[in-house]
Design a protein around this ligand. Sequence first.
Ligand SMILES: CC(C)(COP(=O)(O)OP(=O)(O)OC[C@H]1O[C@@H](n2cnc3c(N)ncnc32)[C@H](O)[C@@H]1OP(=O)(O)O)[C@@H](O)C(=O)NCCC(=O)NCCS
Length: 184
Amino acid sequence: MIELRDLHQDDMSVLYKWRQEPDVDRWLFERPPTGFSEHSEWFARFMGDPDREGWIILQDGVPCGFLSLIGVTSTQRRAAWKWYIGEADARGRGAGRAAQALGLDRAFAAKGLQKVWSEVHAANDAALKAQAAAGFRREGYLRRHSFKDGEFRDVVLLAILAEEWAARREGILRGLSASGLIAR
Ligand SMILES: CC(C)(COP(=O)(O)OP(=O)(O)OC[C@H]1O[C@@H](n2cnc3c(N)ncnc32)[C@H](O)[C@@H]1OP(=O)(O)O)[C@@H](O)C(=O)NCCC(=O)NCCS
């Protein structure tokens, strides 16, 4: 069963561990922290910034990933979506899809956003597939937009509008509930 819970001060260490995972870092844009003190500074900035909202993804009550929105207080009412499943054995089993649905509900209903957008490396099949399934649409293709692991990479710009999520949410939540991935 997948749930989201608010980020706590105690989550700093697990986020550090996940952020070091090569299979997570490969797909993120920023470089990983060089050490725990850099990470703790980032974490303090995150926790103190009203414009950022983060949730821990729980699988059967155990933390398995991180989902965040950047820009929640903007007058544009749009925020950037960032996410990963940090625990390798939780990937590819529906945790991402379930967390995504719960996160989009929070973004649109609880936070009142009108748009959620995301940059995804063009080779990131798992993220592109998962996000397309929720209704994210391609808004752009940015050539050589990211420099990662010594190479320039193309990036896909994705976004979903509040009404697009509203049109799909019921069917998606029903499917996730029928698969036992979320409670309803
Ligand atoms: C992207 C990510 C969050 C998706 O979460 P997940 O739990 O692994 O994905 P799910 O099991 O919910 O699967 C979502 C879809 O992607 C597909 N998928 C999962 N892993 C895949 C892979 N390695 N390659 C291709 N497709 C994959 C699934 O088949 C599923 O499609 P389906 O519903 O049609 O079957 C997760 O894989 C992850 O954290 N990856 C590393 C970090 C990352 O890429 N973060 C996103 C940066 S934009």
